[in-house]
Design a protein around this ligand. Structure first.
Ligand SMILES: Cc1cc2nc3c(=O)[nH]c(=O)nc-3n(C[C@H](O)[C@H](O)[C@H](O)COP(=O)(O)O)c2cc1C
Length: 680
């Protein structure tokens, strides 16, 4: 049988009978990039929030394309919290005394709370998993029920307690039986493992908690920002001076003007002045030779470029920043499978400065993430530079780089002049990168670009040499697509090679050592990875969807092999994700169901993997559409299901039954679980 071009070459024996042969509907990665994010509060627009958000354009005001893009997508994705029936006071839950006493609005009655609480959970070991339905044992069967408290299973293991020697969820934990015992009087006591606690302090504790006090200071604009203030004053003074001295400007000394670029002449002149001392410092640092021009730095800007850390990233693997799905548990999973560099989800500078709790949660890092950065988006120095300064101060010692998003394609971000709009505003971008470099002290600034805004009008080859040589970017990543281009067309790796050449040429002219350059787009196998490195001269490939669909891709890349992973091994990955999710989101009822939601988001990518053992030719390709196929066993078939009800079923193997009140709204209406969408 001949399959249509662009179809994954699945061997005949795995294809479903001819009458059933249909291609799976093409996954919409544009929608995924644009609509996966949860609403992170009013001040915040994540990659996906733009269209999910109430503040997005009304349908009446949308363009034809916007309306088309929305068709079939779940616009108002909201994920409510699932709570216990009785709400136990947090202090009492941790064995402490609540100062509010009888006035507290939460219950202090532990026995009553436990009587109403859903029963303990147990995450089955993979050795208990079979390849046939029901696959996992009934996790609601309790191994060792507590004689006095029916909801407690003394045989269970709490992933947080097992890792850190204590569980911050105390009596609220859904694995409570794993860290509670009755004392002689029959009273329940929470357990602690002091040795493990001490050991875990450096290996398991997440870092970069920016708490309510700092958030409040930011909200009230009382957070001190001396470096940003000095830099912004400097820019302002230069702008004023330029205005006064008009038309004295010598246009020949000004940075290359692009006919289609929106930057004003004045703005460019300011940039030239503002960046000059920094360029000289950089040249001196990278060549070891003194420059001829004066290089006195602004006295109230303490950090000099010469103190910047250089990034030695050549040969390292890099997981792309991925809103919603690139959360901490997922990044940790990719570290387990070999990734070296991880980057948090995009956060908005304005939301960081507004003290948004949700935005500040994006800077959290797991100690397993050995090279970790935070990504910010914004449209001007006056928001991005202060954001960098706060990050440098609050995350000191726990952050390896800050990345500027110059690629986000979504309308609300683009129209505000942020994300990919910066590709057409080199003057502004230069001021942003230079200012952030100052504000960040020794922490490097990196930039992530698309090739350009419009098809046929690439700009990256002009921006990248300037970012490397003039603005002091510590690393550049280039996604080989324009803003306009959709994921259905392949990334332009030839152009990526041109951009690498342009940077290397400029560095050679200035006698500067190379900054690392990562290319990105469509990498789905070790073969893709290494051929892109060899053919284009990039230092590495940033992997996005390839890692979402097959988180083990980093092992393949490192070991230069294609891994015919079994369904059971994949289930092991899912189990690990569930454990990491609980560690991060919490082991109480709310945390379990938040983990379930993000696990389902992860599965909404993982189901797309067509096992390579089923293919006629290797390697698999990311853009191939899968015909309807069955796996080598029923478990493999289940893992290939695009039905969100199956993703929930898989989550139930590890997280217990989904509560009735729980809903999951995937990106497409057609397969919503639990909500109205699924019923109508
Ligand atoms: C679901 C999703 C979320 C994304 N979120 C971000 C983001 O927060 N910041 C960013 O710079 N790029 C984001 N991107 C783009 C990726 O980082 C990457 O550049 C792009 O997917 C191309 O790489 P790939 O072909 O390997 O997926 C996102 C992409 C997807 C599919």
């Amino acid at each position: 049988m001949t399959l249509p071009a662009g179809t994954a070459p699945v061997k005949a024996e795995y294809l479903l009978p001819v009458t059933n042969i249909s291609l799976r509907s093409a996954p919409d990665d544009d929608a995924a990039e644009g609509t996966t994010s949860i609403s992170r509060g009013q001040t915040s627009i994540g990659y996906g929030d733009a269209r999910d958000s109430k503040s997005g354009p009304s349908r009446g005001r949308m363009s034809k394309e916007q309306k088309k893009a929305q068709r079939g997508a779940n616009k108002g994705r909201r994920f409510g919290k699932v709570r216990d029936e009785l709400d136990l006071c947090w202090r009492v839950a941790n064995g402490a005394i609540c100062e509010y006493g009888a006035e507290c609005r939460f219950t202090h009655d532990i026995a009553a709370y436990l009587a109403a609480k859903a029963q303990d959970l147990r995450i089955p070991d993979t050795s208990e998993i079979s390849n046939e339905p029901p696959f996992t044992p009934d996790v609601t069967n309790m191994g060792e029920p507590h004689p006095g408290h029916a909801s407690l299973d003394l045989s269970t293991t709490c992933p947080i307690f097992a890792e850190t020697g204590e569980c911050r969820y105390g009596f609220k934990c859904r694995f409570l039986g794993g860290h509670v015992r009755s004392d002689d009087s029959g009273k329940l006591q929470l357990l602690r493992d002091e040795d493990k606690k001490a050991r875990a302090a450096s290996t398991s504790r997440e870092v970069n908690f920016v708490g309510p006090e700092i958030q409040k200071l930011l909200r009230s604009r009382k957070y001190p920002l001396p470096i940003s203030d000095a830099y912004l004053r400097e820019l302002q003074e230069q702008a004023d001076a330029e205005k006064e001295s008009k038309p004295a400007a010598d246009a020949s000394s000004i940075v290359v003007a692009e006919p289609d670029q929106e930057m004003e002449l004045e703005e460019k002149q300011v940039l030239v002045k503002a960046t000059k001392p920094l360029v000289e410092e950089l040249v001196e640092k990278r060549t070891g030779e003194p420059t001829t021009v004066s290089q006195v730095d602004t006295p109230d800007v303490p950090m000099r470029f010469s103190e910047k850390k250089r990034l030695h990233w050549s040969g390292k693997t890099y997981l792309a920043p991925l809103t919603t799905v690139g959360n901490l548990p997922f990044r940790r999973l990719c570290v387990k499978y070999g990734v070296d560099i991880t980057c948090g989800e995009m956060g908005l500078a304005t939301s960081f400065l507004a003290g948004s709790k949700e935005e500040w949660s994006l800077v959290r890092r797991h100690p397993a993430e050995s090279i970790f950065g935070v990504q910010v988006a914004g449209n001007k120095p006056s928001t991005l530079v202060p954001t960098a300064e706060v990050i440098a101060k609050e995350c000191a010692g726990n952050i390896d780089f800050v990345d500027v998003n110059c690629g986000c394609p979504i309308d609300l971000v683009f129209k505000a002049g942020s994300g990919s709009a910066l590709l057409d505003a080199p003057g502004k971008l230069g001021k942003i990168v230079v200012g952030m470099n100052k504000a960040l002290g020794e922490i490097p600034v990196t930039v992530k670009l698309r090739t350009g805004v419009k098809d046929g009008r690439n700009t990256a080859h002009k921006l990248m040499p300037r970012a490397a040589v003039e603005w002091g970017a510590g690393c550049i990543t280039l996604h080989g697509r324009t803003r306009q281009q959709r994921y259905t067309r392949l990334a332009d790796w030839d152009y990526i090679r041109e951009c690498v050449d342009a940077v290397r040429g400029r560095e050679a002219d200035e006698d500067l050592p190379p900054v690392p350059i990562f290319g990105g787009g469509d990498c789905y196998s070790a073969q893709d990875y290494w051929s892109n490195v060899e053919n284009t001269g990039v230092d590495g490939v940033m992997v996005g969807r390839g890692a979402l669909i097959k988180p083990w891709i980093f092992t393949e890349i490192k070991e230069r092999r294609e891994w015919d992973i079994s369904a059971r091994e994949r289930l092991d990955i899912i189990r690990t994700y569930a454990e990491y999710g609980i560690s991060h989101f919490g082991s109480d009822t709310t945390g379990i169901n938040t983990t379930r939601r993000y696990l389902c988001e992860a599965l909404s990518f993982q189901y797309r993997y067509v096992p390579i053992g089923l293919l006629e030719t290797l390697p698999g390709r990311i853009n191939d559409r899968a015909p309807a196929f069955r796996g080598r066993d029923e478990l493999e078939t289940l893992l290939a299901s695009g039905d969100s009800k199956d993703w929930v079923k898989i989550s139930e193997m590890f997280l217990g039954p989904a509560p009735e009140s729980w809903t999951f709204m995937p990106k497409h209406k057609s397969n919503a679980y639990g909500g109205e969408e699924s019923q109508g």
